[in-house]
Structure formats: C-alpha cells, structure tokens
Ligand binder design. Structure first.
Ligand code: NAP
Length: 299
C-alpha cells in the first residue's frame, strides 16, 4: 500500500483501530486508502488492547495527542460508558465504532447499522413498508434493525441461535420505533414461513465467513423469498458468500458485506474528520481491499 500522503511529522494524525485480536482487521486498508485520496496527513494503525484496559488507553491518547479511535470487537460496547457523549442509537444498543477526542470531550458514534442500511439502499433494496428477515442478534443486529425501522421497514422477523438475544433486540425495536419486531425460530419451517412475506433477508452472523468454521445449516428459505427481494450479507470475505451465492442462484438482488464496510465510510469520515467521501473514493476502497484479500473486485 502506498502512503505518499503521510508526512510523518507533528501534524500526522494517528487513528487507532482498537480490538482484540486485531491481526486480521480490514479497516486500515479502507481508511488509509481514503486518507491518501483525500490528501489527509493521517494514518490508521491496528492496536491490540485487552479488555479492561480501555480507560488507560483513553488517558494515553489524551497524553499523546491522539484524537481518533475506531473500536472493533470486543470493545464496541465497553467504550460506551467511558465517553462523554454518545448518540441515542449507540446508547440504546450499547455499541460505538467511531470515537473523536477534542477540547470538548470524548464523542462516540456507532455506524454499523447506518452502513448496513445505506449499503442496502445503494444496492437497490426497497425498504419502505416492507417485511424483513434478520438472521443474527449480535452487536450489529440491533443497530441494523433500528436503522431498518427508521427507513420504513414495518415488520422485522429476527432469528438467532440464542433466542434471548433476539428477544432483547425485538423489545428495544418495539419500544423505540414504529416497526413491529417478532422473534422466530432458526428451524427450516420458521424461516420458510417468514421468508414468503419478506422483501429483505439479511445475514448478520459470521456463518460462511472465511476462517470461521461454521456455515448456515439451512438456506433453502432463500428460494421462498419473493422474486423482488434483496439479500444482504454482512460478511466481507468471501464477497460471494454462501448466502449471496444462493440468492444469485434464485435470481434475487444481492448486497455483499464489502458494500456495508464502504457505505460506513461516508458517515464515519463526516463524524470524525468532517470530510466527504465520494462514490469513486468508495470504489477505490473496494479495489484496495479486494487486492489485499486476493479476491476479485467485480462481485
Ligand atoms: N461488512 C461490515 O462492514 C461489517 C461490519 C461489522 C461487522 N461485520 C461482520 O458482522 C458479523 C457479526 O458481527 P457482530 O458484531 O454482530 O458479532 P457478534 O456480536 O459476535 O454476533 C454474532 C452473531 O452470530 C451468531 N453466531 C455466531 N456463531 C454462530 C453459529 N455457529 N451458529 C449460529 N449463529 C452463530 C451469534 O449467535 P448467538 O447470539 O447465538 O451467539 C450472533 O447472533 C461478523 O462476522 C463481522 O465480521 C461486518
């Protein structure tokens, strides 16, 4: 990766991608590509920090003049209570993935849900007034459900291996949005039945991700979706995941997870750096990431 925009002087902004483990993070590829294209004297580096060490990290950032942090797993939740202010959705679902430290304090925001829904809309999904089927109830699921409700989705079916987690999200959606959320089973019959009325299916789990040893037990419900439906997958690698492949075989519109990653860049760059990211910038991120992962970019 060429980083000719980096001058490595006192003005260079160090942006930390904080997680544990952090070895396989994709974010620095995107951020550093955008810093280069936007002529910003900034660099993102991965930073492995253990759970419980975040207060010390924030103190160290203050001391060293580091103004930007991008938390990933398992820290997205733990940062929330350490910051001076956090937007309402991130408070509700207890998750942030962009932090700005300035003279007015520490400010956090969560962009996963906004990125997922923006990617769906940019990918041609019609959301207003539809039913949607979500698979997963982890960190990105609640915020995605919330943003779908904000975009006009009227009914959300949520399926998850651990139903209690899906119940928690459904309760928050029902109490805080105009959408109705209902938890369903992960068995074939429940998924088949829900799929018949859904214009959107979103996989929000790592099932099928490269390096993750589990796949979906059943994807036959994809054939029950209406022919006008969109299928979204949060998985970045492979871009043509098992979910996306099944949806394409059924002739459905698809939105691979790499689109979610770059769709977040719009909102994150505005929040952190007050910078505007164009479609060409986002395409450059995709090329960079695909080149790094060794996968074709024409997905
Ligand atoms: N494209 C992007 O920009 C982007 C951004 C952020 C995250 N992601 C991806 O999104 C995925 C989810 O992230 P997250 O933060 O929500 O993760 P998380 O909080 O760890 O949640 C994981 C979800 O997957 C389910 N799951 C895990 N293993 C399973 C298995 N063997 N069988 C059935 N269900 C299983 C979990 O079910 P239980 O509740 O039962 O454990 C839970 O619903 C990750 O793969 C991450 O890489 C993508």
């Amino acid at each position: 990766m060429k980083l000719e925009n980096i001058k490595l002087n006192l003005d260079t902004e160090l942006v930390l991608n904080v997680g544990d483990p952090i070895g396989k993070t994709n974010a620095p590829r995107c951020y550093n590509k955008l810093f280069e294209r936007l002529h910003m004297n900034a660099i993102m580096l991965p930073c492995e920090i253990k759970k419980g060490e975040l207060p010390k990290l924030l103190d160290a950032c203050r001391l060293m003049g580091i103004h930007y942090l991008c938390p990933t797993m398992p820290h997205k939740s733990d940062f929330v209570d350490l910051l001076d202010d956090v937007d309402e959705t991130s408070k509700l679902f207890h998750s942030v993935n962009a932090i700005r430290l300035d003279e007015n304090g520490s400010h956090g925001s969560g962009m996963d849900g906004k990125g997922a829904v923006k990617a769906m809309e940019e990918g041609g999904a019609k959301l207003n007034g539809i039913n949607a089927l979500l698979y997963g109830a982890g960190g990105i699921s609640g915020v995605t459900a919330y943003e779908l409700a904000q975009s006009g989705v009227k009914k959300l079916y949520i399926a998850n291996r651990t139903p209690e987690k899906a119940e928690r999200i459904a309760k928050l959606v029902n109490e805080n949005t105009a959408a109705a959320a209902e938890v369903i089973g992960t068995d074939a019959a429940s998924l088949d039945k829900a799929a018949e009325s859904c214009e959107l299916f979103a996989n929000l789990t790592p099932l099928g991700m490269k390096g993750f040893d589990k796949k979906h037990d059943y994807l036959g419900f994809i054939d029950r979706l209406p022919k006008t439906a969109t299928v979204f997958d949060c998985i970045i690698n492979p871009p043509l995941s098992e979910t996306i492949t099944a949806a394409r075989a059924a002739g459905l519109n698809t939105v691979p997870g790499m689109r979610m990653l770059v769709a977040q860049m719009d909102v994150i760059f505005k929040f952190l750096f007050n910078q505007t990211v164009t479609g060409a910038d986002k395409q450059a991120c995709i090329e960079e990431l695909c080149n790094y992962l060794g996968v074709p970019s024409n997905f």
